[in-house]
Design a protein around this ligand. Structure first.
Ligand SMILES: [Zn+2]
Ligand SMILES: [Zn+2]
Length: 441
């Protein structure tokens, strides 16, 4: 029965929180400034003390906006070889891919290196300014959700690493000149990390106007006796509560319904997302299929006066290996070959163990999930290496580099494994554990 139009009821004050990764309910004491509370069962962060949001995040975001504008207008990399010179900007890399007929990869590079970072900075500015209002408007919640999305897909730091690898690679053929944009991007990476560390979305969510303003006053009493005696041992689902995936608020669905809407942010709620396992499997299988052509087909084709030469990812790793270049060779090996295959295997293991109803190693499995979620983006390194190598080495008829047919497949592996990690619900790992994992008082 779907009653998705109905709002859930607010059930308690904000001291009760549910863990996003294992569903455990816990009473959160008031937290001191700059401290963080972690779930006793799975170690996920469940709350933060006051971080003085506006004072710290606003200047960082303004600085990031300035850095971003500079980084996208000045050259990032230049080279000179036998009297000829070339240079490229961030956008120039995507443009070259597009004209080489790799439109999909060009769009991905443009999105992760230019559009998503712009969204991330623009949304954060609007959020921080909007929060200054007495009662921050409802649409700020929509911006917060979009910010989450932009943050996941904004890959400035991964591009930086890719550009550095490309720089070392090209240094074999030509004199490489690091452009101003490269240093500015380094600064931008630090600023974005600082914003992420200082910004706590919960502080905005606590003050925002609700989607169902009347729900604020209609607090349904929780079975307090039940909660107090077993406070550490109940999951949200066991008490009939749902954790909002966007704003993390706990609420109770309308009687007789398994689905409703978050009264605060309007997100669709369910106890466990329907079809989550099937959807994750679909992404994992698609990634495994793309993994084969990604590694067999060449990702770069180099054309010189004497002929042309194609390299697969593994051949690229071997080519980079030199007395000075070996650390970068290892980075590309780990990011492009080991991480994607480890991610596919780890996700398949998590899915199989959940489907078999495994109740052991829950902590380790949750940690494995978080690792998969965290390292996924770094596989994009090789896409950026190939993009900027191809963008810069356009010295026809002397030498030119073009992206090969393996590159779209490789980019697809990165995107599909990221989508798989995002669609997996780690609470499924803990569902079978039930009460056996934690002892009742
Ligand atoms: Zn937990
Ligand atoms: Zn919500």
């Amino acid at each position: 029965m779907v009653m998705s139009e109905q709002y859930n009821e607010q059930v308690t004050d904000s001291s009760l929180v549910g863990c996003r990764h294992c569903d455990l309910l816990q009473n959160l004491p008031p937290l001191a400034a700059d401290t963080r509370a972690h779930c006793p069962r799975c170690d996920e962060e469940v709350g933060r003390g006051d971080t003085n949001l506006l004072n710290r995040v606003l200047p960082l975001t303004v600085a990031a906006a300035i850095f971003y504008l500079i980084a996208n207008t000045v050259p990032m990399l230049g080279l000179t070889v036998v009297g000829r010179s070339a240079s490229t900007t961030v956008i120039g890399g995507a443009q070259q891919l597009w004209s080489d007929g790799r439109e999909m990869v060009a769009a991905l590079v443009l999105f992760t290196a230019v559009i998503a970072p712009a969204l991330q900075i623009g949304l954060m500015l609007t959020i921080v300014v909007g929060t200054r209002a007495q009662h921050p408007p409802r649409w700020l919640g929509w911006l917060l959700k979009s910010y989450q999305f932009a943050q996941t897909w904004s890959m400035i730091e991964v591009m930086m690493l890719g550009v550095l690898v490309a720089l070392v690679k090209i240094a074999d053929y030509a004199t490489v000149i690091p452009g101003i944009a490269l240093f500015v991007l380094g600064g931008l990476t630090v600023l974005l990390a600082a914003i992420q560390a200082a910004f706590d979305p919960q502080q905005v969510w606590h003050r925002i106007q609700w989607a169902d303003e009347s729900a604020r006053s209609k607090v349904t009493a929780l079975p307090r006796a039940e909660l107090n005696s077993n406070a550490q041992n109940l999951t949200a689902m066991e008490l009939g509560l749902q954790i909002c995936p966007s704003c993390h608020m706990l609420s109770r669905p309308p009687t007789g319904s398994g689905e409703g809407r978050c009264p605060r942010c309007d997100a669709e709620l369910s106890f466990r997302e329907r079809g989550c396992i099937q959807r994750t499997w679909a992404f994992v299988i698609a990634a495994a299929i793309c993994y084969i052509p990604a590694n067999v087909l060449p990702v770069l084709t180099t054309t010189t006066a004497t002929g042309s030469d194609s390299d697969t990812i593994l051949q690229g790793v071997v080519l980079l290996w030199s007395p000075t270049g070996w650390p970068l060779s290892i980075i590309v090996l780990v990011a492009s070959i080991i991480i994607p295959s480890a991610k596919i295997l780890a996700l398949a293991y998590l899915l199989i163990s959940v489907q078999r109803g495994s109740a052991v190693n829950n902590r380790q499995r949750t940690r494995l999930y978080r690792m998969v979620e965290f390292i996924g983006r770094w596989s994009m390194v090789d896409v950026f290496v190939d993009t900027f190598t191809a963008a810069l080495i356009q010295l026809q008829p002397l030498m030119s580099v073009a992206p090969g047919p393996g590159l779209p497949f490789f980019a697809a592996v990165v995107v599909l494994t990221m989508l798989a990690a995002e669609s997996f619900d780690p609470r499924l790992i803990w569902d079978e554990a039930g009460v056996s994992e934690v002892q009742y008082a």
